[in-house]
Unconditional design. Structure first.
Length: 113
C-alpha cells in the first residue's frame, strides 16, 4: 500500500465520522490495523472492548507453550489495532461543518509509511 492510499483510507474514515457524528458516542476512535493498514471509525465502546481483547491475547502469549503456539499468538498480537481519537483529525470550517484535517492525517500516516 502506498502512503497516498493510506491517507485516503484515513480521510474516508474521518469523513464517515464527520458526516454521521451523531451516530458515534462521546469517544470516537480511528482504528488502524498496523499489519494490514485497514482503517475504520469506531465508537469508544468498541475501543474499550478491543483493549480487553488485546489484554487477553497478551495473557495468552505469556502462557503459550511451544514455538507453534508462540508464533500464532505473536501473529495475532501484531494485528492488535492502534487507536487514535478521531476528534484530533477533524476541523470545523467557517460554516460549522466538520471535515478531515489533512495535515493531522498526513502526520498520522507518516507514523506508518
Amino acid at each position: 500500500m502506498t502512503r497516498e492510499e493510506f491517507i485516503k483510507k484515513l480521510e474516508h474514515a474521518v469523513e464517515e465520522y464527520a458526516e454521521g457524528a451523531n451516530f458515534f458516542d462521546a469517544n470516537p476512535q480511528l482504528r488502524i490495523n498496523p499489519l494490514t493498514f485497514e482503517v475504520e471509525a469506531v465508537n469508544g465502546e468498541d475501543y474499550l472492548k478491543e483493549i480487553a481483547d488485546n489484554m487477553e491475547t497478551i495473557e495468552d502469549e505469556a502462557a503459550a507453550d511451544g514455538a507453534e503456539d508462540e508464533d500464532a499468538t505473536d501473529y495475532q498480537a501484531s494485528q492488535n489495532p492502534d487507536f487514535y481519537s478521531i476528534k484530533e483529525y477533524v476541523v470545523t470550517d467557517s460554516e460549522g461543518k466538520m471535515k478531515p484535517n489533512l495535515r493531522a492525517i498526513e502526520r498520522l500516516a507518516a507514523k506508518y509509511l
